[in-house]
Design a protein around this ligand. Structure first.
Ligand SMILES: Nc1ncnc2c1ncn2[C@@H]1O[C@H](COP(=O)(O)OP(=O)(O)OP(=O)(O)O)[C@@H](O)[C@H]1O
Length: 882
């Protein structure tokens, strides 16, 4: 007799999304099923139709076609049709299966299994692998710092870790020129975004650095910031939208934020974090705007020269970060005087000792201001200074500049293979030098000055950077001196000298950067007896400004006052006295800084006891093969074709059976990827895959939040056990629907609980590990698997249900533990800040308040966990002679 009857409800095993179909005709060996979801009728051969009969079990919830739900208590068979008896809002109801709604919830792994929706065993294994890897990543001490395409440098890791973990951090990142403030800011953002501490970020950068920032954020951190410029604003205006509302991550040129309308739009949005590059350039009004934009949220100010505008400007920056703490300049000055005493005390304590760390915590601006210097960061290239004295015949009709240009051409020809950055103060000079080189010597150079558009400047920088066909010389006005990365150049040539030492330092900083491999050369061509020659001598002999990184500029200019100009223009003796006085002053300032604020800042800005384990943890993660194993399985199961490009690089591209809606970092035509940091640093066009790469996070999400691998059946061939003996392996998880975080952490706040049970409900998990089991299991095809499930339907459901009760108890306890751990951690942070606040006013009350609010959110989330089945596998012993 046919197992089909008109009116029965069946599921298509191959198109589960069609929901429940209804048997509408039985004709000999054919059965017709109508699917109300799309109104189609399909005909199947009745003896091997890929169909599964849909049944609700006791305590399941059913949905009537009118939309109301009922709880199943019992069922009856009437002429081949099931009639459910149950309750609806406490009232008894009878629902024949013909009246069930066609949409059914099959997302529960048990329902999928019972409906014959079986996944392959390798899919099931990948799901477990993803779960373990994800837990490992969530618990990783350097979470947020793993994914950047950078060299792992302790001072950056320390800054990023100590700031990135804070709630709404507000700090001044003031590392010396070229030590990687942009990188630190990127790492902090990454940590905040990955930990869901921030979602909406606004970055304000000087116009010339806009594209460099965008590229660094994308290339190094995979952060896709949108540039909000005039054209973006115009497009938004056409559709009546606020441009800042349209994106989560906004990168904005400084000039645009001077426009009042744009200011209003930016102010109308809520930001979690505001970042300002070259913060020393902010005017008082611009600072006010930043203060308003960043009210109550995180704020990162970046500057290599926090003192450039003097103590007032420096104080104004601190005031922006914490107006409550820094409101009295006189008091602040007095406080700075004490730093020397604290630094002396610190000098007597062992490096990185608890006593030293406590002292540093309690004093100074260390929590608000981080400043690493070349003195405490190793591995920088050495600077070589080359003065070039030139002859100039005033009667020849040639200007001093003409002489320098002729020297420049000859020098460039002599060092044909080397890139040279040629610096001068103004756009007019750049144009004059360019014309002269072109007309007199036929030499074409890349130009970089304020008269060019941003795109033209970016093109010029790229033309200069191009190793094969690019320009040998980049002629740049002073604007090329800030922020730009030209460390691939070997020589910086000063066609004139700026009068502020900080500007000179910025110029040199273009080459004196991380990534500069060689010793590099600073050249100053000068005409004997000229003002430039004197400036060069003053910089070199008075300040060692060409050979050492220099932070004394502002203090020096203050102390010299008018004597500087007088000395530079005075007699030989007066000039010699100026140089001598300068040298003495510089020594005093250096000593004072070294002993006082800067020493404290240095100690505070990279504590090796924290930085070293972080670096080790990142490098250990790089070495582990766990990620590659996971990704290869993922690509295989999701239809991604993988090909070796060489030892370290792979080409991935969507294959014919590609089973996802695109993957970040994979193009239709194929993309290059690597798991190796060195390779990623070497090749810009290669994606660096880490646990934090968007492709990997998407892969984890696809595997874990979809049904992928959530049900499977396997055969065990164990002679010691009777044939037909069966087990069920369940992976049960808790989730925290209201957790103040995103994605996976919310869904998997604790490790998944594995329960292996036999048919009698005995829990064997501790005795037989998943790995041991895996080695003994064999493949079973889908059809046989579905038949096995069918045969064991009732007892299987009973075992699962009873084990779920036990799992619930265990998982609630483990949630409790996780809650205690997290809340204790937050409590410790709060207590630490509270007790520090009594001694160090740099601790902001709103930081403590935010932590308390966060604590409450976690507390509430952990109070209401939900326990559910993540995946399960049925294992049946085939016995001796299989
Ligand atoms: N950890 C790192 N690994 C690889 N490259 C790095 C690293 N840190 C910094 N760099 C590179 O060094 C250069 C300087 O870094 P960055 O621009 O962040 O420095 P900065 O302190 O902001 O400089 P400036 O003071 O000139 O604004 C950049 O080219 C950057 O990409």
């Amino acid at each position: 007799m046919s197992e089909f009857a008109i009116g029965q409800r069946w599921l298509s095993e191959t198109e589960i999304e069609l929901g429940l179909g209804v048997v509408t005709g039985i004709n000999g060996r054919q059965v017709s099923i109508m699917f109300p979801a799309n109104g189609e009728i399909r005909a199947y051969a009745s003896h091997n139709a890929p169909l599964t009969r849909f049944r609700l079990d006791q305590e399941d919830t059913g949905t009537h076609s009118d939309g109301w739900t009922f709880s199943v208590q019992d069922h009856d068979d009437v002429d081949g049709l099931i009639v459910y008896a149950g309750t609806r809002d406490g009232e008894a109801v009878q629902v024949p299966e013909t009246q069930l709604h066609y949409q059914v919830q099959l997302s529960s792994p048990l329902n999928r299994l019972l409906a014959g929706q079986l996944d392959r065993v390798n899919h099931y294994n990948l799901r477990q692998q993803a779960g373990n890897a994800m837990r490992h990543w969530l618990d990783h001490p350097a979470r947020g710092l793993l994914g950047a395409r950078i060299d792992v440098l302790p001072h950056q890791m320390y800054v990023a870790h100590s700031v990135g973990q804070r709630v709404k951090p507000r700090v001044l990142l003031a590392d010396e020129v070229g030590l990687g403030k942009t990188i630190e800011a990127g790492l902090i953002l990454q940590t905040q975004l990955l930990n869901a501490l921030a979602q909406r970020v606004l970055i304000r950068v000087p116009d010339p650095l806009l594209h460099q920032w965008m590229i660094e954020l994308r290339r190094r951190f995979n952060l896709a910031f949108s540039i909000i410029d005039e054209s973006f604003c115009e497009a938004a205006a056409e559709s009546g939208q606020n441009p800042f509302e349209q994106v989560q991550l906004a990168l904005c040129p400084a000039s645009l934020l001077d426009d009042e309308d744009v200011q209003m739009q930016a102010l109308a949005c809520d930001w979690d974090m505001v970042v300002v590059d070259e913060a020393h350039q902010l005017s008082a009004e611009q600072r006010d705007l930043i203060g308003d934009l960043a009210e109550g949220c995180g704020l990162l100010l970046l500057t290599a020269t926090p003192d450039q505008g003097g103590a007032d400007t420096h104080f104004a920056q601190l005031n922006l970060l914490d107006p409550e703490r820094f409101h009295d300049l006189a008091a602040f000055r007095a406080e700075q005087q004490q730093y020397q005493q604290v630094a002396t005390e610190a000098a007597g304590l062992a490096a990185d000792s608890d006593a030293l760390n406590t002292l540093l915590d309690e004093h100074g601006t260390g929590r608000v201001l981080l400043r690493n210097t070349r003195a405490n960061v190793s591995g920088f290239p050495t600077r070589q200074y080359h003065p070039h004295e030139l002859e100039h015949d005033a009667l020849s009709g040639e200007s001093e500049l003409d002489v320098k240009v002729a020297w420049l051409h000859a020098f460039a020809r002599q060092h044909g293979g080397d890139k040279m950055l040629v610096m001068m103060q103004t756009q007019t000079q750049v144009e004059e030098v360019a014309a002269s080189l072109r007309v007199k010597f036929g030499r074409h150079c890349a130009l970089f000055h304020e008269g060019m558009t941003l795109i033209e400047r970016d093109r010029a920088a790229a033309f200069f950077a191009d190793q094969e066909d690019g320009a040998q010389l980049l002629l740049s006005s002073e604007i090329g001196g800030e922020g730009r990365n030209f460390q691939f150049a070997r020589h910086v040539i000063m066609l004139d000298l700026p009068e502020h030492p900080d500007k000179l330092e910025q110029r040199i900083g273009r080459l004196d950067r991380i990534g500069q491999l060689d010793t590099f050369d600073i050249h100053v061509p000068m005409v004997a007896g000229s003002l430039d020659a004197r400036l060069a001598t003053w910089y070199h002999q008075g300040m060692q400004a060409f050979t050492q990184a220099n932070a004394t500029g502002h203090a020096l200019l203050l102390s010299l006052g008018r004597k500087l100009k007088k000395g530079l223009q005075g007699s030989e003796d007066e000039f010699a006295a100026l140089v001598e006085q300068t040298a003495a002053q510089v020594a005093t300032i250096r000593e004072h800084m070294g002993a006082g604020r800067d020493r404290l800042l240095e100690l505070n800005s990279c504590r090796l006891s924290v930085a070293k384990p972080l670096c080790d943890a990142v490098l250990a993660s790089d070495q582990s093969t766990e990620l590659a194993t996971f990704m290869f399985s993922f690509w295989d199961q999701f239809g991604v074709d993988v090909e070796d490009k060489d030892d370290q690089r792979l080409i991935i591209k969507p294959g014919q059976n590609f089973a996802a809606n695109g993957l970040p970092g994979m193009d239709e035509e194929g993309s290059l990827v690597t798991f190796d940091r060195r390779t990623a640093l070497h090749y810009d066009d290669v994606q660096f895959l880490t646990w934090e790469h968007p492709q990997v996070l998407t892969a984890l999400e696809l595997v874990m939040t979809e049904q992928h691998g959530s049900t499977t059946v396997a055969i065990l061939k164990n002679k010691a056990l009777p044939a037909g003996h069966w087990f069920v392996e369940m992976n049960v998880r808790a989730s925290l629907p209201s957790a103040p975080t995103l994605g996976l952490e919310k869904l998997y706040p604790t490790p998944t609980l594995r329960i292996l049970s036999d048919a009698q409900g005995r829990n064997l998990s501790a005795k037989i590990s998943a790995d041991t089991l895996n080695k003994q299991l064999h493949f079973v095809n889908k059809k046989t698997g579905a038949q096995m499930v069918k045969a064991l339907r009732q007892p299987l459901q009973q075992v699962v249900k009873s084990q779920m009760d036990e799992a619930q108890t265990l998982l609630l306890a483990s949630c409790q533990q996780a809650a205690t751990k997290r809340l204790t951690q937050i409590d410790q942070d709060i207590q630490r800040l509270q007790s520090l606040k009594m001694r160090n006013p740099s601790i902001r009350q709103d930081e403590i308040d935010s932590l308390q609010a966060l604590r409450q959110q976690w507390h509430d989330a952990y109070a209401a966990p939900q326990v559910s089945l993540d995946s399960l596998r049925l294992i049946i012993n085939a016995g001796a002679d299989s």
